[in-house]
Design a protein around this ligand. Structure first.
Ligand SMILES: Cc1ncc(COP(=O)(O)O)c(C=O)c1O
Length: 393
């Protein structure tokens, strides 16, 4: 059996691999606390499920839909995601509904990259960007992180090549929880416009911000010249605890949207109609569940951040502002436990403390680990206690 060079070059998702290791230990009866998780631990809100059941009973979600999705859902994206950023003038045909945000990225890279094209990807980054660029024949160019985990136009300029087509920005950021300000986004947007690059803004954690100012600042609504070079990726997975429904959104200019639709028309055809009905209910229905989940994440962050900071060898001077992850530097902890890499340290934590975390290498940053707080507070406190005890040994 021949496997393509393209498929051979792709690395499997590191977050899935670590979670699998934890599951395997759990299956043998070990009480593992799994902090690898990249999805809210809440059920999808009841009002969304009820509306979806109604749609099924009404026989309204049985057939194919248009490739970019049903018009009411695309309009809801304009009304509830684009317009609140002060961005006017967008129409529903500038939105594509995709099979999760992950598929939005995949189709986008297929639509905009030729072999040999470069995409700038600031570290730390979500694991799939680089692999998806490679799958499209492109080359990811990693940019080393600053101490704030926010890339600057100067850094982008230093990494620019003649083949660069786009830059990927993620705010609120997975894995660090860092959030770019409007001014920082504007500076990067202006730089991208000056170099005729596309800014791909991953805003999937935009509603999970804990300073009382949701949604987080967007690349949209800053300046019309920037908007013309921006593609925003969003979705319902994180905001509405709907990871399994697989609904993402791509929002952009007609040329890009048209190319993405063409690609998707031969891939997924359309996103599952039943999930589109659910996403429509999510965006247009009662938002109180979002408020409740956000408050729970904030309480967890506020509780475990100081506990994490108190663990010997763990360093996280900037408290995360959004998403649901902590990304401490563990250089000293690694030295104390004689680990050469954070992957080794993560393995040791799993084997000795029975706490599963993801090593920083997966996100382009050595000497860090990612802990998710998408788990109840009591479990999180137990996890902090276990890690602390392990580090005191
Ligand atoms: C930064 C980031 N972008 C995109 C996604 C993809 O989300 P989904 O495909 O569930 O919509 C994730 C999921 O973990 C993520 O963390």
């Amino acid at each position: 059996m021949q496997i393509s060079k393209r498929a051979q070059a792709v690395q499997p998702s590191a977050t899935f691999a670590t979670a699998q290791k934890a599951d395997a230990m759990q299956a043998t009866g070990v009480d593992v606390i799994n902090l690898c998780i990249g999805q809210p631990d809440f059920p999808t809100p009841r009002n969304i499920k009820d509306a979806t059941v109604d749609a099924i009973r009404a026989d309204s979600v049985d057939g194919y839909t248009a490739t970019p999705g049903i018009i009411p859902l695309r309009q809801a994206v304009i009304d509830h995601i684009v317009a609140p950023q002060g961005e006017t003038g967008f129409t529903a045909d500038q939105v594509v509904v995709t099979t999760g945000a992950k598929m939005a990225f995949y189709a986008l890279f297929q639509a905009i990259l030729d072999p040999g094209d470069d995409v700038l990807i600031p570290a730390p980054y979500w694991v799939s960007y680089g692999e998806q660029v490679r799958l499209a024949g492109g080359q990811p160019i990693e940019i080393a992180p600053t101490s704030t985990f926010k890339v600057t136009p100067d850094q982008l300029a230093a990494a620019l090549t003649p083949q660069t087509r786009a830059v990927v920005l993620n705010s609120p950021q997975n894995p660090s929880g860092v959030v770019y300000t409007r001014a920082e986004l504007k500076a990067i947007g202006e730089w991208a416009v000056a170099h005729d690059l596309l800014v791909i803004a991953d805003e999937i954690y935009g509603e999970l911000l804990y300073d009382g100012n949701t949604p987080a600042p967007s690349m949209l609504g800053i300046d019309p010249t920037i908007t013309a070079n921006v593609v925003v990726i969003n979705g319902v997975s994180k905001t509405y605890a709907m990871t399994g429904w697989r609904i993402g959104f791509l929002i952009g200019q007609p040329a890009v949207v048209g190319a993405v639709n063409k690609v998707l028309s031969h891939m997924t055809g359309n996103t599952a109609a039943v999930s589109q009905a659910a996403a429509l209910a999510a965006l247009t229905g009662d938002q109180s569940a979002v408020t409740t989940m956000r408050a729970a994440f904030k309480e967890r962050l506020d509780t475990i951040y100081p506990l994490l900071m108190a663990i010997p060898g763990f360093d996280l001077p900037l408290k995360p502002q959004g998403a649901f992850y902590l990304f401490p530097e563990v250089t000293q902890a690694m030295a104390q436990k004689h680990c050469a890499t954070s992957a080794e340290f993560a393995d040791l934590l799993l084997n000795e403390a029975h706490v599963a975390v993801v090593s920083g290498e997966a996100f382009g940053l050595a000497n860090h680990i990612r802990l998710s707080y998408a788990t109840d507070l009591a479990t999180l406190k137990r996890a902090m206690q276990r890690i602390n005890t392990f580090m005191q040994e």
